[in-house]
Design a protein around this ligand. Structure first.
Ligand SMILES: Cc1cc2nc3c(=O)[nH]c(=O)nc-3n(C[C@H](O)[C@H](O)[C@H](O)COP(=O)(O)OP(=O)(O)OC[C@H]3O[C@@H](n4cnc5c(N)ncnc54)[C@H](O)[C@@H]3O)c2cc1C
Length: 298
């Protein structure tokens, strides 16, 4: 086996939507599954910790970076395959495909159920890992099966075996697994209605979320019986900032912590996140947990 192409000291801020964080000691973006397999073997043999990166739209990378190998699953592992029958389609999307591509492909072909995917800015792999969802639907509602690699073996699990839960899946407990593809089944519908519904969701998102400012989307999970954004708003934190670092509770959507101008460090953002959690607990008596995953040592 030839040695896989690995880069050193690559700044990760360019690969996250929060636009902050330090470098990866080692970084690679495989262009095939074979290359991915050899990267994983290389890391295992050399006892190097790995982190699998999608679009970086749900992570906060420490300013100290990641002291191991970051493997970015990008578009080269993002092919889309469609099998149509009389009334439905089975679509298989590679882990590196943008989730929006899966959604838009279904909308274009007149299949319903994946409209919520159109506006979520991650990869298919990240969406499976997180059981991403919006407007009442989640990956679990459309998933048939997931293909992944673990310990050098390629396996396929059905949707039930994925143990999808609120913003989690079995892959959150499988440290060494890399999701390779997702297969969904969608029924045929009225193309005009499907297009109109997708447009409606897009409009809802654009009007309520700060999409032009770096963030990782909803910073906090929805606590049972509440909405994190409302709790934060009711705590008087709309638009709140601790300092001029750039980290701010979005004035447009209180559930988003944003990084204005991309000037805040990960530490600045984490400080604000902790302040918001503490204040909401004090003022509303509710514990809110980050949805954003922290990577590296803080
Ligand atoms: C503006 C904005 C709006 C958002 N709106 C929504 C929304 O409506 N609903 C929602 O659910 N989320 C939303 N998000 C959050 C985010 O887009 C989702 O969580 C998305 O699914 C993350 O995908 P990613 O590829 O960016 O994953 P990353 O952020 O790169 O990674 C997230 C986790 O998944 C793991 N992972 C990624 N790819 C793989 C793989 N191939 N194999 C194994 N593990 C993998 C990573 O190791 C990490 O632990 C939003 C984010 C932003 C910035």
């Amino acid at each position: 086996m030839s040695e896989p192409a690995i880069q050193r000291d690559i700044p990760l801020k360019q690969f996250t939507t929060f636009k902050c964080g330090g470098p990866a000691k080692y970084f690679a973006e495989p262009s095939s599954e074979e290359e991915l397999v050899s990267l994983l073997e290389y890391a295992k043999t050399n006892d190097i910790e790995t982190f699998i990166l999608g679009l970086g739209s749900n992570i906060l990378v420490s300013d100290n970076g990641f002291d191991g190998l970051v493997i970015r699953i990008g578009k080269k592992l993002g092919g889309i395959d469609i099998e149509e029958d009389a009334a439905s389609a089975v679509i298989t999307a590679g882990a590196g495909a943008p989730l929006s591509l899966l959604g838009n492909t279904a909308v274009k072909l007149g299949y319903e159920g994946a409209e919520f995917c159109c506006g979520i800015p991650g990869t298919v792999g990240g969406a499976v890992f997180m059981n991403a969802g919006a407007y009442g639907r989640e990956i679990k509602d459309i998933a048939v099966s997931v293909r992944y690699i673990e310990d050098g073996q390629i396996r396929t699990v059905n949707a039930e075996e994925c143990a999808f839960g609120y913003r989690t899946s079995i892959f959150a407990d499988k440290e060494d697994a890399v999701i390779l593809s997702l297969t969904v089944r969608l029924g045929q519908g009225d193309p005009e209605q499907i297009r109109a519904y997708a447009d409606q969701l897009k409009e809802k998102r654009t009007s309520s979320q700060p999409l032009d400012v770096p963030s990782a989307g909803s910073t906090f999970k929805r606590p049972e019986g509440y909405f994190a954004g409302k709790l934060i708003d009711d705590s008087g934190l709309r638009g709140f900032k601790l300092d001029d670092s750039g980290a701010q509770v979005s004035p447009k959507h209180c559930g988003f912590v944003v990084n204005n101008g991309g000037t805040a460090s990960a530490a600045d953002i984490l400080r604000l996140i902790e302040y918001v959690r503490k204040t909401v607990l004090e003022k509303q008596g509710v514990k809110i947990e980050p949805e954003v995953r922290m990577i590296g040592k803080f």
